[in-house]
Design a protein around this ligand. Structure first.
Ligand code: TXA
Ligand code: MG
Length: 338
């Protein structure tokens, strides 16, 4: 199959909407990462997403809508969900709600809940409006690769597998949406993103974070979200993350770099001069900048054939939790606190 990559405009949006209505798969930009979309209520269309991604069938998809009214008949919108939608939609917040029979089992991997989100990227919203369908969309990477934050990354992974990629430039947030489970007594974050636990608690009164967000699952432990069971965000290189004062982490990174062969460093922007003469790339100075750059850097490091990645991280709390959750997984939880 030939894979077209078209800039977002009226014509390409029309073509993308037509393909979606025909049950085909289309990649499109969102404010978090690129998504691989298909009609969420058409089991054959959803199956084509799983095939293109080589995604395990037990990992459910997020259903994207242009506005909350589109959820009618698909899931039970609770009072808390309504308040969170008013506060954070359109935006990078995905909510788990109890589903109705209209949502096919393949979309939710037979779970009783469905994940729903209204993205705020103008191209995503325009596409959702044009096709007038709820669109199931996981991140547009092949399973086990970092999520794509630009159209070229989607093309790398999806070339020959899907008919169309809409190119809307680079994604602003850079890591996937916050996933919050609203089916229990209190909102519980299963995957941290740009909307933080503090943000949610301010609106919902309370919010917890699943403990497995910053540690590996124990043997036999049930994953709160199926996505957490699967290997994720995995660069080919071995990776270690260092957290602490810039000078201390830089000293430890330099010692390891100089002993290793083919190592690379991901450093805070302000710490770059500390690594003089070594192969070093900037993660920016804030956790938000780090989130925006991380997935691109992980792909670049693979491309360069690096065998060891030594990265400066941030304390895993507040708005740094999202980027540190991804860095921890990329590093198979090899985190050194200094
Ligand atoms: O930012 C995002 O959320 C992007 C863009 C495209 O919207 N999408 C995305 O989808 O990251 P995906 O499929 O890569 O990640 C969805 C996560 C997975 O970890 C999945 O297991 C979890 O959400 N999930 C989806 N439905 C669920 C459900 N019913 N119960 C528990 N976890 C669920
Ligand atoms: Mg994904």
């Amino acid at each position: 199959m030939e894979t077209l990559c078209l800039p977002v405009n009226e014509n390409s949006l029309k073509e993308a909407a037509r393909l979606l209505r025909e049950g085909r798969v289309v990649a499109f930009p969102t404010e978090t990462v690129y998504g691989l979309g298909a009609d969420a209520l058409n089991p054959a269309a959803v199956k084509a997403i799983f095939d293109a991604k080589e995604r395990p069938a037990d990992n459910p998809l997020i259903v994207h809508v242009a506005q909350s009214e589109q959820l009618q008949g698909l899931c039970l919108v609770t009072e808390t969900a309504r308040r969170l939608m008013d506060a954070f939609w359109p935006g990078p917040l995905t909510m788990l709600l109890m589903k109705t029979d209209r949502v096919p089992d393949i979309t939710t991997a037979s779970l009783p809940s469905v994940a729903v989100r209204c993205p705020r990227h103008p191209a995503a919203l325009a596409l959702l409006r044009a096709c007038a369908l709820p669109v199931a969309a996981p991140s547009a990477n092949r399973s086990g690769r970092p999520s794509p934050t630009c159209a070229a990354h989607v093309y790398e992974d999806m070339r020959g597998r899907i008919p169309l990629i809409l190119d809307g430039g680079s994604c602003q947030v850079g890591v996937e949406s916050t996933v919050v489970d609203l089916t229990g007594d209190a909102p519980c974050i299963l995957r941290p993103g740009a909307v933080t636990a503090q943000d949610i608690a301010r609106v919902a009164g309370q919010c917890t974070v699943a403990s497995s967000v910053m540690r590996p699952l124990k043997e036999g432990e049930k994953a709160p979200s199926p996505g957490m069971r699967h290997r994720h965000y995995a660069p080919r290189a071995k990776m270690t993350v260092f957290v602490g004062d810039d000078k201390k982490t830089a000293a430890e990174i330099i010692a390891r770099y100089d002993r290793a062969e083919n190592a690379v460093i991901l450093s805070h922007a302000s710490a770059l001069p500390l690594f003089g003469g070594r192969r070093v790339f900037s993660l920016g100075d804030t956790p938000m900048e780090g989130a925006h750059l991380l997935f691109r850097l992980l792909r670049d490091m693979d491309e360069m054939g690096a065998s060891l990645i030594l990265a400066q991280g941030w304390k895993a709390e507040g708005e740094a939790l999202a980027v540190m959750n991804r860095m921890a997984r990329a590093a198979a939880f090899d985190i050194v606190n200094l």
